[in-house]
Design a protein around this ligand. Structure first.
Ligand code: NAD
Length: 407
């Protein structure tokens, strides 16, 4: 199994060579400022008390408070949380928002929990880590299998602890609890803005461009929906159980509705079931991994036929696979740029909470577009001028700003 932390360190070392960073700087950036492991009891619906394991990693706050999501998954582990928090440092820097990198997680299968249990787990987790979070310290947000509702519970629990409602301590809250308009769409929409920039630079005609999306959750759904609205043909989508394909294009909203009614994508009219393996080897123009990490590996990279990979998930490509894709001439738009829309709008939410403002959705989206366009231009220009991969170009932009801030 590929170790995401090892991947993140390999990437750091590679960019350090390109930027000619001194060894002591690389050593400093290879480790985390803090890594907290917490164990906490939660009373389950049947009256039993279960112990849960959670983490919070804080990689670097050289550019501002730590920032990063909280993941609830049975597969959460220290390596993943460390890697994700380092990637957040680069992402916030590339997006040019004044935050550093953090990440958290709880080992739990949310599908096995009731809503009441999830509320108690969310509250207990924030109690366990509350000393190291706060608006000026570390600002969490949702990630896989966590929701705005859970962020609301966490904000509420934090308020009980510190004796004051402090909305800027967490982002992607429900609107009524100080959330921002448009945060739900933000990551997918940001990915779509990246796609638009790419299409413009590479002269792609949406009507002639096909897309396959793995993971049709929050991020995958919105990137697929906006792309379809712009004329792209989304020919395959996947959730954790099924992959469906329709060469004429899939109506994303109809597919989501179908899943809601039938509990599964299987049987969606006009669409055929294909395997996960086939999804990655479809002759599409753009492959969008939007589910989880390590899905493009040395096992399948050689067979990928897409011309572009838009990494909407965090860390979907292993280091070995990255090298294979580069050799094949496949352009990978890296996660730290492609999915930076989420944290950018989270920053807008934090800013509004700190200044007691409330923006319209239109303003949020237009500010997001400006940030994404600027970040894309910077990485694209570096790539062009230095003949490096898109990933290394984005890293060069992000890492050099962090190093400068370290003083
Ligand atoms: P989500 O829980 O809303 O959706 C995840 C989706 O992936 C679900 O449809 C699930 O069925 C599917 N999935 C899980 N495992 C799969 C597999 N093996 N094969 C196919 N599908 C699978 O999560 P999300 O918020 O959409 O996050 C997806 C990815 O995007 C994660 O890597 C996350 O770290 C990253 N991300 C999320 C945000 C955000 O704002 N939500 C921001 C930046 C990055």
């Amino acid at each position: 199994m590929n170790d995401p932390y090892v991947t993140s360190i390999t990437q750091l070392k590679r960019i350090a060579t390109i930027l000619k960073l001194p060894p002591e700087v690389v050593e400093r950036l290879s480790v985390h400022d803090k890594f907290l492991e917490v164990h906490f009891p939660v009373t389950m619906d049947n009256g039993t008390v279960r112990m849960f394991l959670g983490y919070r990693a804080q990689h670097s706050n050289a550019r501002g408070p730590y920032k990063g999501g909280i993941r609830f998954s049975p597969f959460v582990n220290p390596s993943e949380i460390r890697a994700l928090s380092m990637w957040m440092t680069w992402k916030c820097s590339i997006a040019d928002i004044p935050f550093g990198g953090g990440k958290g997680g709880v080992v739990v299968d949310t599908k096995q929990c009731s809503s009441w249990e999830l509320e108690r787990i969310s509250r207990a987790y924030i109690r366990a880590i509350h000393t190291i979070v706060g608006p000026d310290k570390d600002v969490p947000a949702p990630d896989m299998y966590t929701t705005p509702e859970m962020m609301g519970w966490m904000a509420d629990e934090y308020a009980k602890i510190v004796g004051k409602y402090t909305p800027a301590m967490i982002t992607a809250k429900p609107i009524e609890k100080g959330g921002i308009e448009g945060r739900t769409e933000a990551t997918g929409l940001g990915g779509f803005y990246v796609l638009q920039n790419l299409a413009e630079r590479e002269r792609l005609d949406p009507k002639q461009t096909t897309i396959a999306v793995q993971g049709i959750g929050n991020v995958g759904y919105y990137v697929a929906r906006y792309a379809r609205e712009a004329g792209y043909r989304v020919v395959a989508i996947a959730d954790s159980k099924h992959v469906i394909k329709n060469d004429q294009g899939i109506d994303i909203d109809a597919a989501i509705e179908f899943k809601k009614v039938h509990g599964s994508l299987e049987g969606m009219p006009g669409a055929a079931i294909i395997s996960n393996e086939e999804l990655f080897t479809l002759p599409v123009d753009i492959l969008v991994p939007a589910a989880t990490e390590n899905v493009i590996t040395s096992e399948n990279a050689e067979r990928i036929k897409a011309k572009y990979v838009l990494e909407m998930a965090n860390g979907p490509t292993t280091d070995e696979a990255d090298a294979i894709l580069e050799k094949k001439g496949i352009t990978v738009i890296p996660d730290v740029l492609a999915n930076s829309g989420g944290v950018t709008v989270s920053y807008f939410e934090w800013y509004q909470n700190m200044h007691d403002e409330h923006w319209t959705k239109e303003k949020t989206f237009s500010e997001l577009k400006k940030k994404i366009d600027t970040a894309f231009d910077a990485a694209y220009l570096y790539k062009k001028n230095n003949s490096v991969s898109f990933r290394m170009a984005a890293y060069a932009v992000g890492v050099s700003k962090v190093v400068k801030a370290m003083g």
